[in-house]
Design a protein around this ligand. Structure first.
Ligand code: ZN
Length: 344
């Protein structure tokens, strides 16, 4: 996850801006009046101890972050329902090997009770038998795919150790969701050439770059063009790009907080950000990192709408691309009835 006040962190400016309360109001998004809906491919409902840890971590750089440490599944699901989300992906990832199996089982049991929830599994680099755990998730538990967060988990996602997982996902044509980007904020780096090699070597595994390599949109564009098993998830990146546009519009010179927004990098990549949607919206998902992203669904929908991409692109981001992904993975049965017509 990322939050706007996080930009304060790396330049020693301890005075965080006040949390914008308007972003943290739940309720209707207004999409239903258009006959639209939003499939959210990026939600975190975790076991209580991990949820508490995650919220505390966010508080470290976002004092006043309004989500409670003891927020539970019922409350998160109730908010998603209030915002009319008919389907969401629930993502977990182990911080140490010992919790891997428990966490995958937790996600299975949790999602079995929530009709809208689509569970994803995860692994740790120290998981001794990665093929077995991946097969358990995909074949036994019926999960859609797997998720890795190499920066939070602190190991490379695309190293050779992970090949047993790639092979199983490739065999089943399933997605691998991987956190990418926001390197300056995390103070970490990903070997992007290795990533590309994996995308190429496992052409049936659907690789979803969560956060869309923020802000390396030029590279994202090339990869979308070259590999049709490559997808983006714009979680948090849309909100950050809106902030970037607003910063650019009002202040010169830019405030010091802009440092970890990687403004120079974004400047260079900006034309490619726009081109992504022109040419590849059918493979661009828009998740939220809820409840630890940049706000509740109504505000996050407005962040997308701010760009004026037009209806075709908005519909693709809100559900069309997810529907395409589900169909490609053989999960068309999950597509809510009114969605996906003429979208194959
Ligand atoms: Zn996340």
């Amino acid at each position: 996850m990322m939050h706007e006040e996080q930009y304060q962190r790396t330049n020693g400016n301890s005075v965080a801006e006040k949390v914008d309360d308007r972003r943290w109001v739940g309720g209707k998004t207004g999409l239903e009046e258009r006959g639209w809906s939003w499939i959210d491919p990026h939600v975190h409902i975790l076991p209580p101890r991990r949820m508490r840890g995650l919220v505390r971590w966010v508080r470290k750089f976002t004092p006043g972050f309004p989500v409670r440490e003891d927020i539970g599944p019922e409350e998160i699901v109730a908010e998603l329902r209030r915002s009319g989300v008919p389907l969401f992906f629930n993502l977990v990832f182990p911080l140490w090997e010992e919790e891997t199996e428990d966490l995958n089982r937790f996600n299975r049991d949790l999602c079995a009770k929530i009709p809208e929830a689509v569970p994803f599994g995860s692994l740790h680099i120290e998981t001794p038998d990665k093929e077995r755990e991946t097969r358990r998730c995909i074949e036994e538990y019926g999960f859609l795919g797997m998720k890795l967060h190499p920066y939070a988990q602190r190991f490379p996602a695309f190293g050779d150790e992970m090949r047993p997982m790639f092979r199983v996902l490739n065999e089943h044509r399933r997605p691998l969701l991987v956190h990418t980007g926001f390197d300056v904020f995390y103070g970490m780096y990903m070997d992007l050439e290795r990533m590309e090699r994996v995308i190429r070597e496992y052409p049936d595994m659907q690789v979803v770059a969560v956060h869309s390599l923020f802000p390396r949109f030029r590279l994202a564009y090339r990869l979308l063009k070259e590999y049709d098993n490559f997808w983006l998830d714009m979680s948090n990146s849309i909100s950050c790009m809106r902030m970037y546009e607003e910063l650019k519009a009002k202040s010169d010179p830019l405030p010091s907080m802009a440092e970890s927004l990687e403004v120079e990098e974004v400047d260079e990549n900006y034309p490619w950000f726009r081109r992504l949607f022109e040419d590849f919206s059918h493979r661009i998902l828009y998740g939220t990192d809820f409840p630890v992203g940049f706000g509740y669904h109504p505000a996050l929908w407005m962040d997308l709408h701010h760009f004026g991409f037009g209806e075709r692109v908005e519909r693709d981001l809100l559900w069309g691309a997810v529907v395409n992904l589900l169909k490609k993975c053989g999960f068309a049965h999950l597509v809510p009835d009114f969605m996906g017509r003429g979208k194959a």
